[in-house]
Ligand binder design. Structure first.
Ligand code: TXA
Ligand code: MG
Length: 313
């Protein structure tokens, strides 16, 4: 396993690796992705194997810009509006795949749709330009675990199984992208993120929220046991009890970790996964107690991830 600094030489080496059908972990503005050439069946199968990802759970395809959509997905007037407003950025669009689309069918679990986004990170942008192919990339964690927001998180989780991690420092946004289903007349959020339903509705009209797990899972990231630390997680805690770590927002007594001393939700989102990982230490704590997070704006997406973490494995 090699961690390489994401300078020009590191990016060029990572691009060679990807073009050779190998897997590279790379930074985006949300979390680190486990990338492979999306048009290469064998490369994509390595991603599923390294993550222990069920073949039924589709991957997001990363592109260098909206122009690339023409080769991949059916046109849709909402796409132009949304990509103008939010790309590059943490918004993933699920669209019907075009006949002749070069992306491996295993990327989207033979669903007939593709989830696609343009990441807003200079390293991801440079890598996509150098590879000049769409990159399939789920979050670079073992299936079911907390997503990585640093190269060191990736190393700790997947270092044994992975031979190339491109280190671009900590991810600035910290929560995975909003996943928006555009395969129906009314757009539907399959996974909440920093870009919320109000912002989306202002652009394209009605947007449904589908954040509650049902038996019929359209985005398996909705499954209850995603994003789980090893220790039990208790939400809306006023204080910690019995050896728990106390994770708070905006100060307070007896805090072990403050997600944002000023109570800023964007900062809390950026530090959430690092906090969960740091406090998830059975040699120090017996569980994680998390203070209430306001259920508005970015807090909706933070609480979505926390509920999944609390449901455990
Ligand atoms: O911010 C992000 O989205 C990060 C970075 C690396 O881009 N990626 C990420 O990927 O979080 P992953 O694989 O951990 O989550 C992808 C989510 C899953 O919930 C998956 O089920 C859903 O997107 N998804 C992917 N393709 C889909 C499709 N064709 N239809 C519906 N949902 C899809
Ligand atoms: Mg993930």
């Amino acid at each position: 396993m090699t961690i390489r600094l994401a300078d020009d030489a590191g990016i060029a080496a990572a691009a060679d690796h990807l073009r050779g059908g190998e897997v590279v972990a790379f930074p985006t503005e949300t979390v680190y992705g486990l990338g492979a050439d999306a048009t290469d069946d064998d490369a994509v199968s390595k991603v599923f194997a390294i993550k222990g990802r069920p073949a039924l759970n589709p991957l997001i395809v990363h592109v260098a810009g909206p122009d690339w959509l023409e080769q991949l997905v059916e046109p849709d007037s909402r796409v132009d509006i949304l990509t103008d407003a939010f790309w590059p950025g943490p918004l993933t669009l699920v669209l019907p795949r075009l006949p002749g689309c070069p992306v491996s069918k295993s990327v989207s679990a033979n669903l007939g749709t593709i989830a696609v986004r343009q990441p807003d990170h200079t390293v991801a942008t440079a890598l996509l330009a150098a590879v000049n192919r769409p990159l399939a990339a789920p979050s670079a964690n073992p299936s079911g675990h907390v997503s990585p927001t640093t190269a060191q998180h990736v190393e700790a989780d997947l270092g044994d199984a992975l031979d190339f991690i491109l280190d671009g420092g900590p991810c600035r946004s910290g929560l995975e992208s909003t996943v928006l289903d555009l395969t129906t007349d009314t757009a539907r959020i399959l996974r909440p993120g920093v870009i919320g339903s109000d912002e989306l509705a202002a652009m394209i009209g009605d947007v449904e929220n589908q954040t509650v797990s049902t038996g019929l899972v359209k985005a398996p990231g909705q499954l209850a046991k995603h994003y789980a630390p090893n220790l039990p997680v208790r939400l809306n805690a006023d204080t910690a009890v019995k050896g728990e770590a106390f994770i708070v927002l905006g100060g307070g007594p007896n805090a072990d970790f403050d997600l944002s001393p000023s109570g800023d939700l964007a900062e809390a989102a950026a530090t959430l996964f690092a906090a969960l990982r740091k406090m998830d230490d059975p040699s120090r704590f017996s569980g994680l107690a998390i203070a209430p997070i306001p259920d508005q704006g970015i807090g909706l997406a933070i609480n979505d991830r926390l509920r999944r973490a609390a449901r455990g494995r």
